[in-house]
Design a protein around this ligand. Sequence first.
Ligand SMILES: [Zn+2]
Length: 448
Amino acid sequence: MASLTFHGGVAEIGGNKILLEDRDARIWLDMGAPFNLGEAYFAEFLGARDRFGLRDHFALDLVPRIRGLYAAQALEATDFPWIEPEYSGIFVTHVHFDHTNHLKFVDPAIPVHVGEGTRTILQAWGTSTPSMALGDHAYKTFRTGRTVMADGVEVEPIHVDHSAPAAYGYLVHTSRGTVAYTGDLRRHGPKGEFTDEFIAAAAKAKPIALITEGTRVAPEDPRENLTEADVKARAIEVVHGAKRRLVLATFPGRDVDRMRTFFEVAKATGRRFVVNAKTAYLLLEMKKDARISVPDLERDDDVLVYDRQLRRTDPWERDVRSKMKDRVVTADDVRARPQDVILQLDVYHLQELVDLRPPQGSPYIHSKSEPFDEEDISGEVLDNWIRRFGLVRVQIHASGHLNEREVGEMIARIGAETVIPVHTEHPDRFTRFARKVVQPKRVEPIVL
Ligand SMILES: [Zn+2]
């Protein structure tokens, strides 16, 4: 008997946490946290008490009580007993919070399978942003084309294109047939062919079930159908129209494609690209992975790193500065020649505007989707800063997800016996794409 149990990602965007059981194998697909986790109980300065591990999460039903999954340390202060881990492994599709964050509670003895690029990013982020650290795990890395055996079940990772590098879908070859799982994916990114390859391989495997994301499957899709190339072209226009002004940009912290795009925009417009220290650290770390192309910060004179003049500099940031040598700039440097740069300014660094004093009408390019970003602040607060400093907000973003029509085409192409929608707020709409749709219900196993 083989079965699927959904502990997250059910009628919600993100928080994917899917258990596949087949004979001796007990395999997790993703270990994410939903974006709105705890929203009903927590606010700024009111959060779960990390010192008590999972105690608050369990009491508020924010994290499911699952035997043999969590670390002894996470359970210590709870009434839920620790037992030896009972899982073959966790297969992560990509680095985003809504697919990885609950690894922080997981027993470190359970193998965690990730693409190599994902591991690099997780490590870099854990160092530069300790609040995002996921603790120690038995990471095992793979690359496309290699399969992994997990207690007798073959798991085949296949790359897809998404707004994070090293993103994968999976084909899990169970005793009942193949289960295909999309993770998050799009076809309009720089590596769109990856997604086509996943779809082709899934179709070939004639799956008994397709677990698919549907972020943009909705009666109304607020996102524009821009490609990464469109983002670049529009941003170049904005920069050309901003003569003698400072160009500010914010983008998702792990979207390496977007970093490359702004880097290219800077080159194309004769400006230099000033990134924050975290971005610089991530790019320097990713440079070690020869297969993902990133701007070469150590050699390229057109990339600078911004110094926020903190009272204390962490070792990783000192490392960044020593590698960037004389290409470290402060607000004073930028204010002296605003027309020379494109400056990455994240929402949590908006106070820098006080010192940057951008010329009136300087564009603030908001290059991310609005509702689904773990690091975002409210639109109202952002607008207040923009108004106060006379900036002009420009929205330019390419989504990380297939649109509704493309999801329908993918489902038709793969031709699975059963379709199971996850990572969507509108699972009911999937009946228009497939004859047999099974709606997952939290914790109720679906027998394959
Ligand atoms: Zn996601």
